[in-house]
Design a protein around this ligand. Structure first.
Ligand SMILES: Cc1cc2nc3c(=O)[nH]c(=O)nc-3n(C[C@H](O)[C@H](O)[C@H](O)COP(=O)(O)OP(=O)(O)OC[C@H]3O[C@@H](n4cnc5c(N)ncnc54)[C@H](O)[C@@H]3O)c2cc1C
Length: 239
């Protein structure tokens, strides 16, 4: 697969989503349409270091392909990092930077002939948001879909209303937000017991995992211990 060239992206809108996450809407003036597969990511070249490879930060595309030249990212601030403090403090509507993409192979394997179990934490919801809108907008045939979204508190549940709505709109879609640090009337604890219970009968399923390494390593281990084949597990590690 050949790499896309570096292109200029221009920030056209920024929205605060939670205390520490923001959506960045980026337009690509050189293109009429940015073609990508739901689940792919882009790499931003941020002016934070002299060495090119120390300037690159990757972000999953959170929006769905829509025949436009605009894409959306959802980014969490890491106060101890270098790239995200730059993005939060020095990027405004009108800021331009170079980016490369779409990239990556973390996309839906079609036809979808098994249940989809989508497991994520935090901004790891980005590729799944793109996939879910793609399934809805294109009436993609599917079985049951489970989105197990782990985060700490209700205030950190990204896209809560949107996912609740999609649950009504996509047949067989079950949205399971799971809070680890707050009691509420929904699921609590970590994401792992949720899919273990859901798949206790070993229903044929494809697992898609996205987020930070700790959660993904643990989920891969547990899913294979449940008897699923490694080929049924797809993952994108954020770091
Ligand atoms: C394919 C892919 C997709 C991704 N998609 C998303 C996404 O959609 N949304 C999202 O929010 N993130 C995403 N990420 C993660 C993202 O690329 C960055 O890793 C993240 O935003 C942190 O970047 P940063 O520059 O702020 O932190 P970095 O500067 O990379 O630092 C990360 C950590 O390293 C430590 N560190 C850094 N510099 C030093 C130093 N000099 N000394 C000691 N410790 C140091 C800090 O503890 C810091 O917490 C994705 C990653 C990948 C690989």
């Amino acid at each position: 697969m050949s790499l896309e060239p570096w292109r200029t992206g221009k920030v056209i809108k920024i929205e605060q989503q939670t205390d520490d996450t923001r959506s960045f809407f980026i337009q690509v003036p050189a293109l009429e349409i940015l073609n990508f597969k739901p689940g792919q990511f882009v790499t931003l070249d941020l002016p934070i270091h002299e060495k090119p490879n120390k300037r690159w930060r990757s972000y999953s595309i959170a929006s769905c392909p829509d025949d436009s030249n605009i894409f959306e990212l959802i980014i969490v601030l890491d106060k101890n990092g270098i790239g995200t403090p730059y993005l939060f403090d020095e990027v405004f509507v009108g800021t331009e930077f170079r980016f490369r993409g779409p990239q990556g192979v973390f996309s839906l394997k079609e036809p979808i002939d098994k249940d989809l179990v989508l497991i994520c934490t935090g901004t790891g919801i980005a590729p799944f948001r793109s996939m879910l809108h793609y399934i809805k907008n294109n009436n993609v045939a599917h079985k049951n879909i489970y989105l197990i979204f782990g985060c700490r508190t209700k205030a950190s549940l990204l896209y809560f209303e949107e996912m609740t709505r999609l649950q009504q709109e996509i047949p067989g879609f079950n949205y399971i937000p799971t809070l680890s640090r707050e009691l509420w009337d929904g699921q609590t604890g970590y994401v792992h017991p949720v899919y273990e219970l859901l798949c206790i009968d070993k229903t044929p399923a494809s697992f898609y995992l996205c987020g930070w390494r700790g959660m993904i390593d643990e989920a891969r281990k547990r899913i294979t211990e449940m008897g699923y084949d490694k080929k049924d597990i797809h993952f994108e590690i954020y770091g």
